[in-house]
Design a protein around this ligand. Structure first.
Ligand code: NAP
Length: 269
């Protein structure tokens, strides 16, 4: 089996990555940056975003696994002291292996500029924000004008990204089995001219949302952790992607358990 490791770069993650390489070589796994079957992310959820984008062209066959070296994450759910147990599960032959591949929805982002179109894929979310001025943008849903937005920006997230930036914006947490995207406002201003819904909206598969920013201003676009400063954006279309990300699950860890552990804690009354 070919594998690759993406680590956060801090001492604990580097040490754990080193330990994993030793175990992997002992069990005949091959380190392969070109075409890995399995990619380990060692660090946090942010590290998984880096791993996902590093191998974005190969997500149809790669299975991702996350080990956290800080707090429990949504993408990184194995603890450092479980690395040997994890390795034993990874190398188990197929029939005996408890491996289950779970697939989570992704967000397609199609940006139309003055020079053409470009497409991106997000694991967490896409955001569009104003820089010197507020963002003023028309929002269309399924080619019908929906609202005229004025405020700091707009965040469109995947179900697995719903626990990240979207949550800080008051968005709902979406189970990743739901194939949908969520639109959340970032500090909208509402008056007689600019009126927005004010609530997060969840769009099903096959629906799309177009954003038409007004004025030739600079905007900050983000796709997960990648930010860019742009002044050539004409419109942005977002929808549930036909592609999915694949995570290797060797034991059950239900989404709502992860939500409870991350945001509520363990304490029992
Ligand atoms: P970062 O500062 O390392 O990450 C920000 C935080 O988001 C980290 O604590 C990270 O967890 C956590 N995170 C990432 N994906 C998550 C997920 N799906 N569910 C729950 N928490 C998640 O920055 P970065 O590495 O460049 O990551 C970019 C991400 O930061 C964006 O995708 C966005 O979701 C998030 N962000 C959040 C806010 C906000 O909440 N106000 C603002 C901007 C960006 P780890 O510590 O485990 O890595």
């Amino acid at each position: 089996m070919n594998y690759y490791v993406v680590d956060r770069g801090d001492e604990a993650s580097l040490r754990l990555a080193e330990h994993f390489h030793k175990l992997a070589s002992k069990h005949g796994m091959i380190l392969d940056e070109g075409k890995p079957d399995i990619v380990l992310s060692i660090g946090g959820d942010g590290t998984m975003l880096h791993a996902f984008h590093k191998f974005i062209k190969q997500i149809d066959h790669i299975a991702f696994v996350g080990i956290h070296t800080g707090h429990l994450g949504f993408f990184a759910d194995w603890k450092p002291d479980e690395i040997e147990h994890l390795m034993a599960l990874i190398i188990q032959p197929a029939p005996a292996s408890k491996l289950k591949i779970v697939q989570y929805p992704l967000l397609d982002i199609l940006i139309t500029t003055e020079n053409g179109t470009e497409s991106h894929l997000a694991l967490n979310e896409f955001t569009l924000k104003g820089v010197e001025k507020m963002l003023v943008a028309q929002l269309n849903i399924n080619d019908e004008m929906f609202e005229m937005f004025r405020g700091d920006g707009i965040c469109i997230s995947t179900p697995s990204g719903s626990t990240a930036y979207n949550k800080s914006l008051g968005g709902a947490l979406l189970h990743p089995a739901i194939e949908a995207i969520q639109i959340a406002e970032i500090a909208s201003i509402n008056n007689r001219v600019y009126r927005t819904l004010g609530s997060p909206m969840i769009l099903p598969k096959h629906h799309h949302c177009d954003i038409y920013p007004k004025g030739h201003h600079q905007f900050v676009l983000s796709v997960d952790h990648n930010l860019s400063l742009r002044n050539d954006v004409v419109s942005v279309r977002t929808m549930v992607s036909t592609q999915k990300v694949r995570f290797a699950r060797y034991r059950p860890f239900p989404f709502w358990d992860r939500v409870r552990e991350a945001f509520i804690g363990f304490e029992e009354k």
